[in-house]
Design a protein around this ligand. Structure first.
Ligand SMILES: NC(=O)C1=CN([C@@H]2O[C@H](COP(=O)(O)OP(=O)(O)OC[C@H]3O[C@@H](n4cnc5c(N)ncnc54)[C@H](OP(=O)(O)O)[C@@H]3O)[C@@H](O)[C@H]2O)C=CC1
Ligand SMILES: O=C(CO)COP(=O)(O)O
Length: 334
C-alpha cells in the first residue's frame, strides 16, 4: 500500500473543488491550486469556492493556494482537474518540480484540441515513462459530489498498486471509485459523451421528444464503442460508469453544461453566446471537432458526432443536421 501524504489538486473550478472536498473529508491535507490569484484569495478569505460551489464550506485541512512549487516536495499525489485546453500547459508548469516520488491522476474530460491526443499521451510526452498515471471519470456532477450525494466513478490506470491506492484515497461514505486498466476506453467515454450531450440538448430544445433523446443516447453509445474499440479501448468499459453511466447522466440532466449549451443553440442562440450563457467550460465543443477528425482518421462511422461538428463549424443548420441523420440509409442496428 502506497502511503498518502499531502495531496495537490490543480484546477479550482467546480470539479477540482469538489474532488478536493472529497479528499479533505477523508482528513488528508489537501492543497487546491487555482491559476487566478484573486479567485484564490477570495477562497482563502471565504473558506469556500463561492464562484462555483457556494454551499460547500472548506474543512480546515483544505487550503487554496497559488504557489505549488514549494509544496511539491511534500506531495506524492498530484490530481489535475483543469479544462482540457489547459492540460498540457499545467503539465509544463509542474514538470520542473516532478520527481520519481510523484504520481499523477487527472479528472479532466477531453482530448487535446491541437493534436487529437488522449491526455495520457500528452502526460507521457511531457513527463516521461517513470510517473504512474491514472484517469478518474464517470457520472459525477460537481455540485452533487460537493453536497456528498452518493456517486460512483471509475479510476483507470495500468499500475495496479496505484489503482488500489487511488480507489482507497477517494473512498468515502458517499463516493466510490471502481478500478479499471482501460485508460483509453475511460478517456474516450468521458470525452465523447459531451458531444452526444450537445446533440440531446439540441434535440430537446427543438422539442423532438423522448424517443429522439433515447435514440441519440443509444446510437451515440454505438459511436463511442466503435471509436473507442478502434483506438484500443475495451468494449465492456463503455457499458460501465465512464461510458454508459456518464452518457446517460449528461444527456438527460440539465446540470450538464454540454446539454444546456445544445439547448441554447436550439433556442436560436449563437455559439459564442450559448457558451457565455453556460458560463463554464463546455468541453464538447472542441471534442466534436477532434472526435470527428479521429473518426475520419480511423475510418469509423460517427454520424451524430459528425453532424454536431457540422453545426458547430457552421456547415449546416440544426434542422439540416436532424434531417440528414434521419435520411441515412436503413442498416442493421449492430
Ligand atoms: N463540473 C463537473 O461536474 C465535472 C467536470 N469534469 C471535467 O473537469 C474539467 C474541469 O471542469 P470544471 O471544473 O467543471 O470547469 P469550470 O468551468 O467549473 O472551471 C474551470 C476552471 O479552470 C480554470 N482554468 C481555465 N483555464 C485554465 C488553465 N489553462 N490552467 C488552469 N486552470 C484553468 C478556470 O479559471 P478561470 O475561470 O479563472 O479562468 C476555472 O477555475 C473539465 O474537463 C470537465 O469536463 C468532469 C466531471 C464533472
Ligand atoms: O462530466 C460531467 C458529469 O459527469 C459534467 O458534464 P458537463 O461538463 O456537461 O456539465
Amino acid at each position: 500500500m502506497l502511503l498518502p501524504s499531502a495531496l495537490l489538486v490543480f484546477g479550482a473550478g467546480s470539479w477540482g473543488t469538489a474532488l478536493a472536498l472529497v479528499l479533505a473529508r477523508q482528513h488528508y491535507p489537501v492543497y487546491l491550486w487555482g491559476k487566478n490569484p484573486d479567485h484564490v484569495r477570495t477562497m482563502q478569505e471565504q473558506r469556500c469556492n463561492a464562484r462555483f460551489l457556494p454551499n460547500a464550506a472548506f474543512p480546515d485541512n483544505l487550503q487554496a493556494v497559488t504557489d505549488f512549487a514549494t509544496l511539491m516536495p511534500a506531495v506524492q499525489d498530484i490530481i489535475i482537474v483543469v479544462p482540457s485546453h489547459g492540460f498540457r500547459e499545467t503539465l509544463q508548469k509542474i514538470k520542473p518540480y516532478v520527481t520519481s516520488q510523484h504520481r499523477l491522476c487527472w479528472a479532466t474530460k477531453g482530448l487535446e484540441y491541437q493534436t487529437g491526443l488522449l491526455l495520457h499521451e500528452v502526460a507521457r510526452a511531457e513527463l516521461g515513462e517513470n510517473i504512474p498515471l491514472a484517469v478518474l471519470s464517470g457520472p459525477s456532477f460537481a455540485s452533487e459530489v460537493a453536497a456528498a450525494l452518493p456517486t460512483a466513478v471509475t479510476i483507470a490506470t495500468n499500475d495496479t498498486a496505484y489503482a488500489r491506492h487511488l480507489a482507497q484515497l477517494f473512498h468515502h461514505s458517499s463516493f466510490r471509485a471502481y478500478t479499471s486498466n482501460d485508460m483509453v476506453g475511460v478517456q474516450i467515454g468521458g470525452a465523447v459523451k459531451n458531444v452526444i450531450a450537445i446533440a440531446t440538448g439540441i434535440a430537446d430544445g427543438l422539442k423532438m421528444g423522448a424517443n429522439t433523446r433515447a435514440a441519440l443516447i443509444t446510437r451515440g453509445l454505438s459511436e463511442i464503442v466503435r471509436l473507442g474499440t478502434a483506438l484500443g479501448g475495451q468494449r465492456e468499459t463503455f457499458m460501465g460508469l465512464a461510458g454508459l453511466g456518464d452518457l446517460v447522466l449528461t444527456c438527460t440532466d440539465n446540470q450538464s453544461r454540454n446539454r444546456r449549451f445544445g439547448y441554447y443553440l436550439a433556442q436560436g442562440t449563437d455559439i459564442t453566446s450559448a457558451q457565455a450563457q453556460v458560463g463554464q467550460v463546455v468541453e464538447g465543443v472542441h471534442a466534436a471537432t477532434i472526435t470527428h477528425q479521429l473518426a475520419q482518421k480511423h475510418a469509423v462511422e460517427m454520424p451524430i458526432v459528425e453532424h454536431v461538428n457540422h453545426v458547430l463549424t457552421g456547415q449546416c443548420t440544426l434542422l439540416e443536421a436532424a434531417q440528414a441523420l434521419l435520411a441515412r440509409e436503413p442498416k442493421p442496428e449492430m
